[in-house]
Design a protein around this ligand. Structure first.
Ligand SMILES: [Zn+2]
Length: 322
């Protein structure tokens, strides 16, 4: 299925496909950017030349739930071992190798295990450059990822990489535990692998990223909060927005966001699935719950297209100035 919508004043069409390399008739020669949802807050963004991952987490361990509650995995035939905070954080390298085919860059929003656990192995196996906070980079240093592959940021940077660029946006963590979540912890220097899950989970501050690639401006969040003033003027045409229940702790979360961003042509919810479950488990309760977010976007920004992503299914954006 291919749908075409006008991106308003941006004067280009976004062509949406659900298969790799799918293009609209007449658009074959134009560069296309593909997004692929890895589950949790994980994304693959590629243009056929460069592959950029955001918060890639494919091990999906049977780990502890976030402090907002939740009972963890409730799959009856779950054979995965339970992993506690004091257990060693083990990346499933078979999953990394099968799920992640290529990675040139990895952008990490914050140092929580559901965002960073697989990043050292991805960096080592794919020789990817990792952009993240000092906390995130210290976790990577613990696994002896070469310094040349580490770009440490704090928010405010706007870096050019030739075929694409990345603006680092200061942001906020999801307001878990009914607004009581707070952490100023940072992973210290001189950690030595293997790390426990707890050592992989000091937030270290939270960032968002604006990726400019193939004529698109793709804004990616890793959670359910933002700093409104940091978003003014970004004008993304594609926004990957945290859509978990904790967003409801925020005043007019979706409305303020749509206005600050200038009503992006395409919104895709992220970090809305139950990441404590294996990929094979049903996500139906989460799929049902995210429909409310879809309605919030529709109410705030009627011309915006919203796509609830399926795991690993390509969403292809093609640019056209015609
Ligand atoms: Zn987190």
């Amino acid at each position: 299925m291919v749908r075409s919508i006008l991106a308003g004043a941006a004067m280009f069409a976004i062509l949406l496909g659900t298969a790799t390399g799918q293009n609209a008739p007449g658009a074959e020669k134009e560069p296309s950017v593909t997004l692929r949802y890895l589950g949790t807050a994980g994304w693959e963004i590629g243009d056929g030349t460069v592959t950029i991952l955001v918060d890639p987490y494919v091990s999906r361990i049977n780990g502890p739930p976030p402090p907002s509650g939740g009972s963890g995995s409730t799959v009856a035939d779950d054979t995965r071992p339970k992993v506690g905070w004091d257990n060693i954080a083990v990346s499933d390298v078979a999953a990394v190798d099968s799920r992640i085919t290529q990675a040139n860059f990895v952008l990490v929003t914050h140092t929580h295990y559901d965002h960073v656990l697989d990043v050292p192995q991805i960096a080592l196996r794919k020789h990817a450059t990792v952009i993240g906070t000092e906390s995130t980079e210290n976790v990577l240093r613990a696994y002896a990822v070469p310094e040349a592959q580490l770009i440490t940021v704090r928010g405010g940077e706007d870096y050019d990489f030739g075929s694409f660029s990345v603006k680092v946006i200061p942001s906020l963590h999801s307001p878990l535990d009914h607004k009581h979540y707070f952490s100023s912890e940072t992973a210290p220097a001189n950690l030595k692998a293997p790390l426990t899950l707890k050592q992989m989970h000091p937030e270290g501050g939270t960032l968002a990223y604006l990726v400019r690639i193939g004529g698109h401006r793709i804004l990616v969040f890793g959670g359910n909060n933002y700093i409104e003033r940091e978003l003014v003027g970004l004008q993304p045409d594609v926004a990957l927005i945290g859509a978990a229940a904790s967003r409801k702790e925020i005043y007019d979360y979706t409305g303020r966001l749509m206005r600050a961003l200038g009503n992006p042509a395409l919104v895709i919810p992220t970090h809305w699935d139950n990441f404590l479950l294996p990929y094979s488990a049903s996500q139906q309760p989460a799929i049902d719950a995210v429909q409310q977010f879809v309605q919030e976007v529709k109410a705030a920004s009627p011309k915006t297209t919203v796509i609830v992503p399926k795991y690993f299914e390509a969403i292809t954006l093609s640019t056209s100035t015609k």
